[in-house]
Design a protein around this ligand. Structure first.
Ligand code: ZN
Length: 85
């Protein structure tokens, strides 16, 4: 059995298990946790390096990855009047 040493971002093992069952999370070949971004459908390390932190979320991370979040933010800014190219 591998120890869950990489689950620093997850507050509770039961929550994590539910996320794993739903496919929101998965483990990569090394046993490291990856979280799926529903926007780009990519699995990325469940880490503050790839996901912004959120206190509201049970796992402490935002649903979307950083890249999607930035994209979404810039799209919002650009959506006013002129379209972003
Ligand atoms: Zn994403």
């Amino acid at each position: 059995m591998k120890q869950v040493t990489t689950a620093a971002s997850c507050c509770h093992p039961a929550v994590l298990l539910r996320y794993l069952a739903r496919g929101l999370y998965r483990r990569d070949a090394d046993g490291a946790l990856e979280k799926r971004c529903p926007r780009c459908s990519e699995y990325l390390p469940a880490d503050s390096e790839f996901f912004y932190r959120s206190r509201d979320k049970k796992d402490g991370l935002y649903r979307w990855c950083r890249a999607c979040f930035k994209e979404w933010l810039s799209a919002r800014k650009g959506s006013r009047g002129e379209g972003a190219r």
